[in-house]
Design a protein around this ligand. Structure first.
Ligand SMILES: *Cc1c(COP(=O)(O)O)cnc(C)c1O
Length: 398
């Protein structure tokens, strides 16, 4: 291993997740694989081809830079959709490449039309409707102007889709807010259609919504976290299982499998006598003679400092507690109770070793993070490998 840690992507886990998600969304909807933020830390260049190999040909990203990276590795006919930011000066490139993008405000539509006229090219756009998230999206009073412009300029813009995004479909306490959004979305789409617009593909659902609001599985879904083998929230998983129980359907407690595993190797081993402070400052005092291993991963690599003195890693199939504060590029772990540990032994930071797993969610819970935050903090520069690791037997816990 030349980098200080390694991320492996399990092709079999991904294939399992995509097959399972297809059963959830049905045969009809297009699956758009959301690969923003370096494919949720998995690595765009490694992840995108794996997804394509499973028959998916639509990817969603946030920014131009991400679109560029996807474009670099994907098949020519694969569709890419930018859901977020594009600087005005980059619009010509996006349009020339045939990359789809959101019209999230009237100014984006006006600028798009100007560029299309200049280039003599047609843009493929998605109208993002504001329905209650109050982030980006066309407001109700902006729709008449947008409709008129689009209808007048059909030669310059193709409305490939019309969409919205929910304000937290992963927690039941947002139920009424989401219901409201679903209603608003359909009303506004109908209004646009009555005005003579072909709205293209309708899409609204993210991972949580395909489980919690299956009625929002429309022409396309935009799925991020679930394809990587994680739930948007524990609640989403439990609700999915409960619904199965109510309907008398046997559901696997663990239908999603983690694609990613993050590991490193022991750099050095030291004996520390009783009564010594370990790592910076005074946060950990050895209560006995201890064996301490150093691992070359720290907060610069996304191993959060809040995990100091709390977390554990896996070595030789056992848990080794993190001792002392996490340094910028290193952490120390207690291996006193694990026999025969030597320099170079594998250290699992996230993922399985033997029968034990450190899940992203347990890792995230420790630092009061979302799964999402932990994943996107994973080091971009670290070595990534694709492997075919057989999936472990189904378990009850996560
Ligand atoms: C990130 C994102 C998604 C995917 O969300 P997941 O919860 O990861 O499935 C879908 N739509 C939009 C607009 C997003 O920003």
């Amino acid at each position: 291993m030349s980098s200080t840690s390694r991320i492996t992507l399990n092709r079999l886990a991904l294939a399992n997740n995509l097959a399972f998600l297809r059963t959830v969304i049905g045969d009809h909807a297009i699956f758009s694989s959301v690969v923003k933020s370096n494919a949720y830390g998995h690595g765009i260049e490694h992840f995108v081809p794996l997804v394509e190999a499973c028959g998916i040909d639509h990817f969603s990203v946030f920014s131009l830079e991400e679109a560029r990276r996807v474009k670099h590795v994907c098949a020519p006919e694969t569709r890419i959709m930018i859901m977020g930011h594009i600087a005005d000066e980059d619009l010509p490139w996006v349009i020339e490449q045939g990359i789809e993008f959101y019209i999230f405000a009237p100014h984006r539509l006006r600028e798009t039309l100007r560029v299309c006229r200049e280039l003599d090219r047609r843009a493929r756009v998605h109208l993002e409707l504001e329905t209650g998230l109050h982030r980006t999206g066309l407001e109700e009073d902006e729709l008449p102007g947008v409709l008129e412009l689009v209808i007048q300029n059909q030669a310059l813009v193709e409305v490939a889709g019309t969409c919205t995004h929910f304000a937290g479909a992963e927690v039941v306490s947002n139920y009424y807010r989401i219901q409201n959004q679903i209603r608003e979305f359909h009303e506004r789409v109908r209004w646009l259609q009555d005005g003579g617009l072909d709205c293209g593909l309708l899409h609204a659902a993210c991972s949580a919504a395909i489980f919690n609001y299956p009625e929002t599985i429309l022409d396309m879904v935009r799925v991020g976290i679930a394809q990587y083998g994680m739930w948007s929230s524990q609640e989403t998983r439990i609700r999915y299982l409960q619904r199965g129980d109510r309907e008398g359907v046997t559901r696997s407690p663990d239908p999603l499998r983690r694609v990613l595993r993050w590991s490193s190797a022991i750099m050095d081993v030291k004996e520390v006598a009783e009564g010594e402070y370990i790592s910076y400052g005074y946060s950990f005092l050895s209560s006995r003679g201890m064996r301490i291993a150093s691992v070359p991963v720290g907060y610069a690599q996304g191993y959060k400092r809040e995990i100091s003195n709390q977390g554990h890693v896996l070595i030789r199939g056992s848990r080794a507690p993190v001792v002392g504060v996490i340094n910028m590029n290193m952490m120390l772990v207690d291996i006193t109770d694990i026999p025969d540990v030597t320099i170079g032994d594998e250290v699992v930071l996230i993922g399985m070793q033997g029968d034990i797993e450190i899940s992203v969610s347990s890792f995230s819970d420790m630092v009061h993070n979302l799964n999402y935050e932990t994943l996107v903090g994973l080091p971009a520069e670290t070595e990534r490998l694709v492997v075919d690791r057989p999936l472990p037997a189904r378990r009850n816990g996560l």
